[in-house]
Design a protein around this ligand. Structure first.
Ligand code: SF4
Length: 202
């Protein structure tokens, strides 16, 4: 059942505790960084769902991060998010930032695989800011090449960055303010528009 919409995301009422998946993701990264690859599911499944349904069921119902951010409703402030945050320009800027981030991830992983740079085995916020804490790695895990460890840390960093940004916005404004600029939402919305356009033309 649709209960309200925020930004460009329509949100369904449901009662599954998907927020546990978000918490588990960050905990598993402390166990072994190989679990950071689970981020690929969050990056790919939303688009598979759009392609199959022509809608955004991931955003409306299943997204673990959105469910996690909804927990911040306890701090919900009456302050409205500034208008500039919910504009196409801001969405475009955030989307471009994440594309640049992905570009750096691919290039640095390639360079590590070629032995042209050392793998970066720590978490970064917004690409540039190193978090001065080592992830403990309680389980030795499988023997991975340096580039795979580097890539896992980069996935963990991208999930960490977007979650922290979401938490800051959720604390300042409404719980799912992040959704209005989330790159997954931006790309999913573009896909939905394209699917509807093609259906109208055919
Ligand atoms: S917009 Fe992003 S954070 Fe919000 S529900 Fe969709 S994928 Fe999750």
């Amino acid at each position: 059942m649709l209960i309200y919409s925020q930004g460009m995301v329509r949100i369904n009422k449901k009662s599954y505790p998907f927020f546990i998946i978000t918490a588990l993701y960050f905990v598993l990264g402390l166990v072994n960084i190989v679990f950071a690859y689970l981020a690929l599911a969050c990056m790919l499944v939303p688009f598979v769902m759009v392609a199959r349904t022509g809608k955004k069921p991931w955003c409306s119902t299943y997204c673990p991060r959105a469910d996690f951010l909804s927990l911040f409703r306890v701090f919900e402030s009456s302050r409205k998010a500034p208008a500039w945050l919910n504009t196409d320009n801001t969405r475009k800027m955030v989307f471009q930032f994440f594309c640049i981030n992905l570009f750096f991830i691919v290039m640095s992983t390639f360079m590590v695989s070629r032995g042209q740079m050392a793998s970066i085995e720590y978490v970064r916020f917004l690409i540039a800011f190193t978090i001065p804490l080592e992830l403990p790695q309680f389980w030795a895990g499988p023997a991975l090449p340096d580039w795979a460890i580097h890539l896992a840390y980069r996935f963990y960093s991208i999930m960490f960055t977007s979650t922290i940004l979401g938490v800051i916005l959720a604390s300042l404004y409404k719980p799912r303010t992040w959704c209005s600029v989330c790159p997954v939402n931006t790309l999913s919305s573009a896909m939905v528009r394209r699917i509807r356009q093609s259906a109208e033309e055919s």
